[in-house]
Design a protein around this ligand. Structure first.
Ligand code: PLP
Length: 412
């Protein structure tokens, strides 16, 4: 097994320039991690929004209010004095509701007592999972482009990220390329499905490929399914844990943020075989103790919302996707139609800038249009010219963005 120092040296070689201040008073761990670009941009946008009107297709949060029934349930829970620590694994009633939903929607059988844990967002579930399974020097495969928390999550666990690029232009996952990343040091693979930022929904064939390699190398999969309900054109969500051979080696992570427009509630969960659950729970307990109690109670209402709620939400987002695709296409952006999640990931080369940092600044400065620059989803050494637009927005916002994109594309 590699020592932490060896792991740091290895990482430095992997990520040049990451240890600029070798004798800093801060930990090497913290220096291996860059600030979140997306959240940094969100702070900038908040400042800007106080002085001028911005069109915000940036950070992945819906412009829609949370369902009234959930807000009422949260308020009622506070009044009913669900204001103290809950069971550290989450209220049993919420875990039961999650278990029923996993069985109904995902086809996953998970015992609420020993296989389901409520966390402070999917973010905490991902972090705690890696803390529980990764030793210094272990490799963790990350599919690139990736949700930007994955790199720091792996590094904070002492692991070594190993990247596998999705194939452009259709962002497919090639099994042969994936196979080259697996080896004896591989401990885990992290996969987002539906995928942020590309909107890919991986096919059965692609997931079978992941499963074959995980079995061959005895690797655990962390399947981030936070966008599981945001899936379009009549597609069905397929959970990795239901692929034969994956049941005992998958940690399924999800949460309430995206589906129920409650990103600020910080409610997530993971479902994992009992032995994994036991270990991850220990880490979760010492990291955050428990998720917010009254919001967990409201979470029970969320888990029990009827099918019509989901149908309406998907219909609304699909309409916004189509509206934005039409606008982006007319403005000359190239993209693959998103099959899930709520992002349009575009090639912005036609704007004529050297990279997406510059395209991002141009749209922000000239048109007050907030997007996310593609580099946030790649290793620093990768050259990118992509922009991500979030379409969980009101029609008026999409229309304002459409006009801005059209004007922006006339730059040349
Ligand atoms: C792929 C992915 N996973 C996890 C999260 C975070 O989810 P949560 O709000 O539940 O922590 C996000 C948020 O954007 C995401 O895109």
């Amino acid at each position: 097994m590699m020592s932490l120092n060896d792991a740091v040296s290895f990482l430095t070689a992997l990520w040049p320039g990451s240890l600029k201040h070798a004798r800093s008073k801060f930990s090497t761990r913290s220096q291996l991690i860059r600030e979140s670009n997306i959240r940094d941009a969100a702070r900038l946008v908040a400042q800007l929004a106080s002085v001028k009107k911005v069109i915000n297709l940036g950070q992945g949060l819906p412009e829609y209010p949370a369902p009234q029934i959930l807000k009422d349930a949260a308020k009622a829970a506070i009044d009913a004095d669900f204001n103290q620590y809950s069971n550290t694994w989450g209220y049993p009633e919420l875990r039961q509701a999650i278990s029923a939903k996993l069985s109904r929607y995902n086809g996953i059988k998970a015992d609420p007592e020993s296989e389901i844990t409520v966390t402070c967002g999917a973010s905490e579930a991902l972090h705690a999972s890696l803390q529980a399974i990764v030793n210094p020097g272990d490799e963790v495969i990350i599919v690139e482009p990736f949700y930007e928390n994955y790199h720091p999550d792996v590094v904070m666990a002492g692991g070594v990220p190993r990247y596998v690029r999705l194939r452009e232009p259709d962002w497919s996952l090639d099994e042969r390329e994936l196979a080259r990343a697996f080896n004896r040091r591989t401990r885990a693979i992290m996969l987002t499905n539906p995928h942020n930022p590309t909107g890919r929904v991986f096919t059965r064939q692609e997931l079978d490929g992941v499963a074959r390699l995980c079995e061959k190398w005895n690797v655990v999969a962390i399947s981030d399914e936070i966008y599981e309900h945001l899936i379009y054109d009549g597609r069905k969500h397929l959970s990795l844990a239901t692929i034969p051979g994956m049941e005992d080696r998958t940690i399924t992570v999800s949460g309430l943020s995206k589906t129920f427009s409650v990103t600020g509630w910080r409610l997530g969960y993971f479902a994992a075989p009992a032995d994994y659950t036991r270990e991850i729970r220990k880490l979760h307990d010492y990291m955050t103790l428990a998720a917010p109690s009254p919001l967990q109670i409201a979470g029970i209402t969320a888990m029990n919302l009827p099918q019509e709620f989901y149908a309406e939400m998907v219909g609304k987002y699909q309409a916004m996707r189509d509206r934005l695709m039409q606008a982006a296409g007319a403005a000359g952006f190239k993209f693959r139609q998103p099959e899930g999640a709520y992002y349009l990931f575009c090639d912005a080369s036609h704007l004529g800038f050297a990279n997406d940092r510059q395209s991002w600044e141009y749209l922000l400065n000239e048109f007050s249009l907030v997007t996310v620059a593609g580099y946030c989803f790649f290793r620093p050494e990768v050259k990118t010219n992509n922009l991500r637009f979030c379409f969980a927005k009101r029609p008026s916002t999409i229309d304002a963005a459409a006009s801005a994109l059209l004007c922006a594309s006339r730059r040349q």
